[in-house]
Design a protein around this ligand. Structure first.
Ligand code: CAA
Length: 258
């Protein structure tokens, strides 16, 4: 597949998302390609775990592809949010462990993708954030639900409302990432070492832990629907057009509240 590099060794599949010119932003093609990889992971008896990373040193994933979402109608935006949420739930509920190896920017949909994985590790230069408000938008792939789960409601609200980006060390202090290492080689080595330790354990027990932990959060399903509705509602506003066009034209947005 064009936008993915894959490596398979010792029952571990490593997938690198690769659209380096757009900092690996998630366009529809990448989302659907990832869905195919995850579905295959559910079926394939040989593969015991998945490591997800981004191409290059600069970005894991810089979010949904802003150039693609700028012209969405509310119905299309609702559909996109539901599709993204569904894919990220497929990752979260995967019966095999999924580790996000975050090698740079993990913003918007990129932070949401990392949060859908079971474990996150990062390089020193990684940066995390949900900058959607700067586009007149809100997170649409589960960020409004998973960020509060992982770091607590107060800090999650601060990050989403300010659009602040945090460093890997801050993310570690907040519990958003488990480990921080100095460079990409160390990152991939650590991801491999953690994965090998996990898959040496009983596969059935691993699956049952993932299932049991996720069962504790099922009450949050209404939150996901609310997120999709509010994500869609943003696309009706002038501020959304202003925010996304300002990003594309590399200028500051002038929000009016309309
Ligand atoms: N979508 C599309 N293109 C993107 C992108 C994105 N999310 N992020 C970066 N790019 C593109 C830029 O447009 C630029 O392309 P050109 O060279 O053609 O101009 C290229 O990648 C390099 O980016 P920058 O020149 O901006 O690099 P930088 O080092 O100056 O800044 C950055 C890096 C801070 C990550 C900045 O690119 C940025 O802020 N990106 C957008 C982050 C963002 O807002 N993400 C949220 C998206 S919305 C979302 O994800 C909704 C959801 O929840 C589903």
């Amino acid at each position: 597949m064009r936008d993915f590099q894959t490596k398979y060794s010792d029952h571990i599949l490593t997938v690198t998302l690769s659209r380096p010119k757009a900092l690996n932003a998630l366009n529809l093609e990448l989302l659907e390609g990832l869905r195919g990889i995850i579905q295959e992971l559910y079926q394939n008896n040989d593969t015991k775990g998945l490591i997800l990373t981004g191409d290059g040193d600069k970005a894991f994933v810089a979010g949904a592809d802003i150039k693609e979402i700028t012209s969405l109608t509310p119905d299309q935006a609702h559909e996109l949010s539901k599709r993204g949420q569904e894919l990220f739930k497929l990752i979260e509920n995967c019966p095999k462990p999924v580790i996000a190896a975050v090698n740079g920017f993990a913003l918007g949909g990129g932070c949401e993708l990392a949060m859908a994985c079971h474990i996150r590790i990062a390089t020193e230069n990684a940066k995390f954030g949900q900058p959607e408000v700067t586009l007149g938008l809100i997170p649409g792939y589960g960020g409004t639900q998973r960020l509060p789960q992982l770091i607590g409601r107060g800090k999650a609200l601060e990050l989403m409302l300010t659009a602040d980006m945090i460093s890997a060390q801050e993310a570690k202090a907040l519990g958003l990432v488990n480990h921080v290492v100095s460079n990409k080689d160390d990152l991939m080595d650590l991801a491999d070492a953690i994965m090998k330790k996990i898959i040496a354990n009983a596969p059935g027990a691993i699956t049952k832990i993932i299932r049991s932990v996720n069962a504790g959060y099922e009450f949050e399903n209404a939150g996901y629907e609310s997120e999709a509705e509010n994500f869609a509602a943003c696309t009706e506003t002038e501020d959304f057009k202003e925010g996304t066009n300002a990003f594309i034209q590399k200028k500051k947005p002038n929000f009016t509240g309309k």
